[in-house]
Write a protein that binds this ligand. Structure first.
Ligand SMILES: [Ca+2]
Length: 107
């Protein structure tokens, strides 16, 4: 797959949110998600209960080029792969929010 987060900006608002998630989890100096940065930031994902083996497995699952860390593109691909239902929910939520917005204008 050859796309980057920036390619999706403007098309899908929720993809921006997903990509922002990368920055929360990544090592600020290296600009990639490592086992250490994932451990440090696991509270963000609500995965504090996961042990090191499980976190390592998450990285391995997302690490497409096998360099042992997860870069921004790999993270986006993983989120899209793992979250088809999330994306559907996000779209429905957006539609509801828009309808609510329109209705409040009419009143
Ligand atoms: Ca990688």
């Amino acid at each position: 797959m050859f796309f980057s987060c920036s390619d999706m900006l403007g098309e899908e608002e929720f993809m921006v949110e997903l990509c922002n998630g990368f920055r929360l989890l990544a090592d600020a100096e290296k600009g990639v998600i490592t086992l250490e940065s994932l451990k440090r930031n696991s509270g963000v994902l609500g995965i504090e209960a996961m042990n090191e083996d499980q976190l390592q497995a998450m990285i391995a699952a997302a690490d497409l080029n096998g360099d042992g860390v997860v870069d921004e593109n790999e993270f986006c691909v993983m989120m899209v792969r793992l979250s088809p239902s999330f994306i559907t929910e996000a779209q429905q939520w957006l539609e509801k929010a828009l309808i609510h917005e329109l209705q409040s204008c009419e009143q």
